[in-house]
Design a protein around this ligand. Structure first.
Ligand code: HSE
Length: 438
C-alpha cells in the first residue's frame, strides 16, 4: 500500500505533539485516509536536546534540505513559525512540487498571496487549519461548511495569551505587568511574545479569516490594530462597575456601503455577552452568515495537542488528495487566488462606536467642566460619568470615567488631544471602544 510520506520542519512543542498524535492514532488515521502516514524525517533546530519518547532519534536531522531535497517526501509540515527561514522552506517545498501543511499565521498573513499563487501554479496543496485558533476548525467552516453562504461578520477572541492576561486581571484585580509575568510562567508565548500583547498575532489571524470570509485580497496593514499593554487594573474595575469586561477583540465586518471594517483592539463587552464568558487561554469565533445567521465556535486556540490535531487533520485531507490525484481540488481561500476581490477598507477614523474614557485629573474646580466642554465641541456626547472619591491627599490625582454615546473615532481622538493639553490633566487620557454587538 502506498504511504503518505512526510517531512516535519520544527520539533518544538507542536512538532512533538504531531509526532505523538501520529503515533497514538496511527490505526484510525490509516483507516480514514486509506494509507499510512510515514514520517521520513524530523528537522530540529538544536542537537543534543532532550525530546519526548515519540520523537524517533533515527529520524532527526538538523538541516531543512534533508526534507526539501528528498524526492520521496510528498508533504512538508512546517511548524517552525515566523517569517524566515520558514518562508524560504515553504516556498522551496512548493516550488519542488511538494504539498505543505503549516501552522504559520505570520507567514500566511504577510506573504500568503504569493505562496498560495505558487501552490496553485504548481498544482499542490497548502493547508493551514492550525494557523488560526489552533484546534478550532474555523478555516474548514469558512472554506467548506459556509461555502453556500455570504459571511457578513466575524468577531472573536483569537489570541489566548492576551485573553489569559485579561482574565487574570479581571478575576484577581492585578495589574497588567503581574498578569503578563504569570502568562509567561504558564508557558504562553510566541517566537516573539510581544505579538501576543500588541495585537499583531490577532491581526495575522484576522487577516486570514477575513480573506476567507469575504473572498478578498487583504494584508495585516489593512487592519486597525491596538494591543492590551495600556489596560490597567483600574480600567478593569471601572468596566465592571458599568457592567462590562475588557477583551481583546478581532472584528471583520462587511458594511452595507461596501467597505470592510477590520479591527483588532481591546473593547468593553457586556458582562452578559457570550464573548465575556470566554476565559483564560480559550478562543472563540462568532460567525454571522446572511443565510445561517449567528454561529459560535469555541475551544483551545493554542497548545501542543489542539494545534497538532488541526495539522494532522490537514495531513489527512492533503493525503486523500494525493491518493486520488486531486491536489488543488478545494481552493484554499474559498476561491482561486486570481478571483479574490479587491475590497476597500474603512479608514479607522470613520469607525463609529461608544467609548469608555478615563481621565486622571487633579481634584479641583472646573476640570470636569473643561473636559465636558471640549468633548461637546467635537460632538462627543456623554452617556454616563463618574469621578472616583479622593483616597490620598489633595495633590493626588483622581480618575474620571466617561462613557460616550456612539462617536466617530477621528472626532474623539481630536477631542482627546485637546483635553490632554488642559491644565489639571495628569496623564494622557485612556480610550477603549465599547462593543455592544459582542
Ligand atoms: N500565541 C498564540 C495565542 C498561540 O496566544 O493565541 C497560537 O496562535
Amino acid at each position: 500500500m502506498r504511504a503518505i510520506r512526510i517531512g516535519l520542519l520544527g520539533c518544538g512543542v507542536v512538532g512533538q505533539g504531531i509526532l505523538r498524535l501520529l503515533h497514538e492514532h496511527a490505526g484510525s488515521l490509516e483507516r480514514r485516509l486509506g494509507a499510512p502516514i510515514e514520517v521520513r524525517r524530523v528537522v530540529a533546530k538544536t542537537e543534543g536536546k532532550a525530546r519526548a519518547h515519540h520523537v524517533p532519534a533515527e529520524l532527526l536531522a538538523f538541516d531543512a534540505e534533508s526534507v526539501l531535497g528528498d524526492p520521496e517526501i510528498d508533504v512538508v509540515v512546517e511548524v517552525i513559525g515566523g517569517l524566515e527561514p520558514a518562508g524560504r522552506y515553504v516556498r522551496t517545498a512548493l516550488e519542488r512540487g511538494k504539498s505543505v501543511v503549516t501552522a504559520n499565521k505570520f507567514l500566511l498573513a504577510e506573504e500568503g498571496h504569493a505562496l498560495f499563487e505558487l501552490a496553485e501554479e504548481r498544482g499542490v496543496d497548502l493547508y493551514f487549519e492550525a494557523a488560526v485558533c489552533g484546534g478550532i476548525p474555523v478555516i474548514r467552516v469558512l472554506r467548506e461548511a459556509l461555502v453556500a453562504d455570504s459571511v457578513v461578520a466575524v468577531r472573536g477572541i483569537v489570541n489566548g495569551t492576551s485573553n489569559y492576561i485579561l482574565s487574570r486581571m479581571q478575576q484577581e484585580k492585578i495589574d497588567y505587568a503581574v498578569a503578563l509575568a504569570a502568562a509567561q510562567e504558564a508557558g504562553y508565548a510566541e517566537a516573539d511574545p510581544s505579538l501576543d500583547v500588541n495585537g499583531g498575532d490577532a491581526t495575522h489571524k484576522l487577516t486570514i479569516l477575513a480573506t476567507l470570509a469575504f473572498g478578498a485580497k487583504l494584508l495585516p496593514s489593512h487592519v486597525t490594530t491596538e494591543g492590551i499593554e495600556h489596560i490597567s487594573a483600574i480600567d478593569m474595575k471601572m468596566a465592571e462597575r458599568f457592567g462590562y469586561v475588557i477583551k481583546l477583540l478581532a472584528t471583520a465586518r462587511s458594511l452595507p456601503v461596501g467597505l470592510l471594517d477590520l479591527r483588532v483592539h481591546p473593547a468593553l463587552v457586556p458582562q452578559s455577552s457570550v464573548l465575556a464568558s470566554i476565559h483564560g487561554a480559550l478562543n472563540a469565533v462568532y460567525l454571522e452568515g446572511a443565510m445561517l445567521g449567528p454561529s459560535l465556535l469555541s475551544g483551545y486556540g493554542a497548545g501542543a495537542m489542539p494545534t497538532a490535531m488541526s495539522v494532522v487533520s490537514d495531513l489527512v485531507d492533503v493525503g486523500r488528495n494525493i491518493l486520488r490525484d486531486a491536489r488543488g481540488r478545494v481552493p484554499q481561500r474559498t476561491v482561486p487566488s486570481q478571483l479574490l476581490l479587491r475590497r476597500e477598507v474603512q479608514p479607522a477614523g470613520m469607525h463609529v462606536s461608544p467609548y469608555y474614557l478615563r481621565f486622571s485629573v487633579m481634584d479641583r474646580p472646573n476640570v470636569i467642566a473643561k473636559i465636558a466642554s471640549v468633548l461637546g465641541a467635537f460632538d462627543v456626547a456623554i452617556h454616563q460619568m463618574i469621578q472616583e472619591a479622593r483616597a490620598a491627599g489633595p495633590r493626588a490625582p483622581v480618575n474620571v470615567v466617561v462613557l460616550t454615546h456612539p462617536t466617530r473615532d477621528d472626532a474623539l481622538r481630536s477631542a482627546l488631544r485637546e483635553i490632554q493639553m488642559l491644565s489639571g490633566i495628569v496623564e494622557a487620557p485612556r480610550a477603549i471602544r465599547i462593543e455592544t454587538a459582542a
